[in-house]
Design a protein around this ligand. Structure first.
Ligand code: LMR
Length: 332
């Protein structure tokens, strides 16, 4: 067994927290020989629910749970954490775009960024889930100047999983046969699910799916609007698939990426190899060397269609950042 990792989870009593915590405890994110000390956080008044989750974690009797702390005091709970999974935020309802949540949620990530800066490990890795996750992540990063900007991530894995599942269904292949989906830009309806570098069992995707109109039309739209489609049917935002995506994103960060493969994550655009302007959290293809050491991989080419879409998602992220500057959530 390795030395325990200290993992903070905000919004721990919500459905998404509940769907994620026990899977981490079972080793699905950090592996079967990696003990975890959980730091479960939620708002004041939710202590009894936190206590209930802590009791259930104990009752699971899994060998990986090396300790459980819980409460609402972020300064106490973020102390020396290795990873912070920031889920807690107001979720969107039917008919809303994620960016509409920024005015309400931005300040949550200001407070959390400051608390991380004060007491998390200096090389802590931060995964922002609460929406709009790219710009909330930017806000948190901005308020944690003593942490490494490269260690801030916004959850784009849900989009990667959605795109991969859709391509597998269309090509009548298994999801494990599909590699190389890239989600560029914002976790929003402007995101760019890029199929150009995908392979199926090592062969070019376009040899399996020859329907260009579907790839550039329905495929794009379904992935971009999937979150809203789920909300419209369930009446609340996805919690099971989002929980899976959190576990997958942490697994991808913590374990070395296989040669020639990559995953999508929203990471800081500073000095990126694709010419996207600095100081944004933008979806890029990434590789991990293990233990959260993550780099953007260079060299994926954009055709004209992807280039056009890229401008739209970039402009949206710039507008979200401008809103934060106007509201005083970020200082220039
Ligand atoms: C999703 O994509 O399902 C989540 O980000 C929730 C949402 O607001 O769409």
């Amino acid at each position: 067994m390795k030395k325990p990792l200290h993992i903070a989870i905000t919004g721990a009593t919500g459905q998404l927290g509940y769907n994620t915590i026990f899977r981490m405890a079972a080793g699905e994110a950090f592996g079967l020989n990696q003990p975890i000390i959980f730091h479960l956080c939620d708002l004041p008044g939710l202590e009894s629910r936190l206590e209930g989750i802590a009791m259930e974690l104990e009752d699971c009797c899994t060998p990986l749970v090396a300790g459980i702390e819980y409460g609402s005091d972020l300064i106490k709970l973020f102390h020396d954490v290795d990873y912070a999974v920031l889920i807690g935020a107001k979720p969107r309802g039917p008919g809303m775009e994620r960016a509409e949540l920024l005015a309400g949620n931005g300040h949550i990530f200001t407070v959390q960024g400051k608390a991380l800066n004060r007491c998390a490990k200096r090389d802590a890795k931060v995964l922002v889930v609460g929406n709009p996750c790219n710009t909330n992540c930017l806000v948190a990063m901005h308020h944690a100047p003593d942490l490494n900007r490269k260690n801030f991530h916004a959850l784009l894995r849900l989009d990667q999983n959605r795109a991969t599942a859709l391509l597998a269904k269309k090509s009548k292949m298994a999801v494990r046969d599909i590699q190389g989906v890239t989600i560029w830009g914002n976790h929003s309806a402007t995101q760019v699910p890029d199929f150009n570098h995908c392979s199926v069992k090592g062969q070019k995707m376009t040899d399996f799916i020859r329907d260009e109109a579907w790839l550039r039309g329905e495929f794009f739209e379904v992935v971009q609007k999937r979150g809203a489609s789920v909300i419209n049917r369930l009446g609340h935002s996805s919690a099971a698939s989002a929980g899976q995506a959190i576990v997958d994103a942490l697994f991808a960060l913590y374990h070395p990426t296989a040669k020639g493969q990559w995953f999508s994550s929203g990471v800081c655009s500073d000095h990126n190899p694709y010419g996207i302007e600095d100081n944004l959290i933008f979806g890029f293809p990434c590789q991990s060397q293990g233990e959260g050491q993550c780099e953007i991989i260079p060299g994926l080419e954009w055709d004209f269609f992807i280039k056009e879409k890229m401008t739209v998602t970039l402009q949206e992220l710039i507008a979200e950042r401008d809103f934060c500057i106007k509201e005083g959530l970020i200082k220039t």
